[in-house]
Ligand binder design. Structure first.
Ligand code: RNT
Ligand code: ZN
Length: 416
């Protein structure tokens, strides 16, 4: 009841500056957020390989992580009921359903993801995909697609092509195009003498991967750069410039991970430039704390700035929004819920801006009005619209989801 009352007041206030809150709510329901499966089990997967490698790291040992496919499916389903809006689930190759039989990475096939497709269909999720070029014996020395050994490069080329075919199968089956994100850990710990050679090998590998043209309507490929990784501090082969060029060459999307740039660079400033040259982008919304730490996404200024860049430009069909964080020090279902709700919340915040009015001020050189309105907007009753959106989506309002997670922890997670 209080949600309705507060909403009516908010609706009136926003209307006075030309913003239609009903429209904002309807719009947000159509913008999918792709949620990373790997928050559920600390990027372990079900291949039963060794530890997580590749210069990324989960820290923390909070009890109750998902140990198998059934647990991960149950946990994600539980979280999905606490998160409003349209959802995709982003899977990594190591989350295959191998029925207890070892399947080499270069031999993965649609059949290993059929049970995920069923799960997605039953629950109304789209699926996205990621080849896993880490946590493997052929990535142990820090190189995969740019490895000096042709046999190792070929192995990973086969894995990436197999991954693209799996993503196509997912898109085809679900009628929702999948996005395949290519990220590799390749880099040098110490200063190399032949950066060009390594990058030339990487380019050659991607030329071979993308020689398979695939079904564009069912899968979009995207390529993710990075500035450094743990143990690869001096040179990352797949740098931002490398992938900007690669994406143009093969007409793929560019992935922007918010933790993959120098600390004062921001992804919110990169979106508009890249959209001039590339049809689509993929975001990996994360939260770097001093390094690429992959903390849970919070409702901070950069998150809002990213959402505003997407909404102000009307780019929601060209920017694929994905999340990428993994915190093992807190309840993992709560981590999913907090991060994904915040992404949605930021989009709602952006949808409640009178964007045309603000742009008008800017074009007229009236920066005073632009600043004044932007600042006043921060204390408009945005939360009342957000609560109404949650109510309409049938998910808990405000912090009432937390008790449900605590019960699930007590009844399910604590028995693991
Ligand atoms: C690593 C990249 C990559 C991974 C996931 C697990 O720095 O951000 O996207 O986090 O693929
Ligand atoms: Zn990422």
């Amino acid at each position: 009841m209080s949600t309705q009352k507060a909403y009516e007041i908010a609706k009136e206030l926003y209307a006075s500056i030309g913003v239609d809150t009903d429209k904002a709510i309807e719009k947000l329901k159509t913008i999918p957020v792709s949620i990373q499966c790997w928050q559920g089990d600390d990027v372990c997967g079900f291949e039963n390989t060794g530890p997580l490698t590749g210069g990324i790291q989960t820290t923390g040992s909070y009890p109750g992580k998902a140990r198998n496919i059934d647990e991960l499916k149950a946990d994600f389903l539980f979280a999905s009921k606490l998160i409003p809006g349209a959802k995709k689930l982003s899977l990594h190759a190591i989350y295959l359903d191998n029925q207890g039989k070892k399947v080499e990475r270069n031999e993965i096939a649609p059949e290993h993801f059929a049970s995920w497709v069923d799960y997605a269909r039953e629950n109304g999720f789209g699926l996205d995909f990621n080849p896993t070029c880490f946590s493997h014996k052929y990535s142990e020395d820090g190189f995969t697609l740019s490895h000096p050994d042709k046999n190792i490069r070929d192995f990973w080329i086969e894995h990436c092509i197999a991954s693209r075919k799996i993503a196509e199968y997912m898109g085809r089956e679900l009628g929702i195009r999948a996005v395949t994100n290519h990220w590799i850990p390749d880099g040098f710990k110490d200063i190399p003498v032949d950066r060009y050679g390594a990058r030339e090998r990487l380019l050659d590998s991607f030329d071979k991967i993308f020689a398979y043209k695939g079904e564009k309507e069912n899968n979009l490929d995207s390529v993710e750069s990075k500035v450094f990784g743990i143990g690869a501090e001096s040179c990352t082969i797949g740098s931002h410039e490398f992938y900007m060029g690669l994406a143009a060459r093969h007409n793929t999307a560019v992935t922007l991970d918010t933790g993959h740039y120098h600390p004062t660079e921001v992804v919110s400033d990169k979106i508009s430039s890249l959209l001039l040259y590339h049809d689509e982008l993929l975001l990996h919304v994360s939260r770097p704390v001093r390094w690429d730490s992959d903390h849970v996404v919070i409702f901070d200024d950069e998150l809002k700035a990213i959402a505003c860049e997407i909404i102000r430009g009307g780019f929601e069909n060209r920017v694929n929004i994905g999340l990428d964080f993994f915190d093992a020090s807190i309840n993992r279902i709560a981590a999913w819920t907090v991060g994904a709700r915040n992404m949605q919340k930021a989009l709602m915040y952006a949808l409640l801006e009178p964007a045309d009015k603000l742009k008008g001020f800017e074009l007229a050189g009236d920066y005073t009005s632009r600043l004044a309105l932007l600042e006043e907007l921060k204390s408009y009753p945005f939360a009342a619209v957000w609560d109404m959106y949650c109510e309409e989506c049938g998910v808990p309002e405000r912090d009432s989801w937390l008790g449900k997670v605590k019960d699930y922890e007590k009844n399910i997670l604590s028995n693991r």
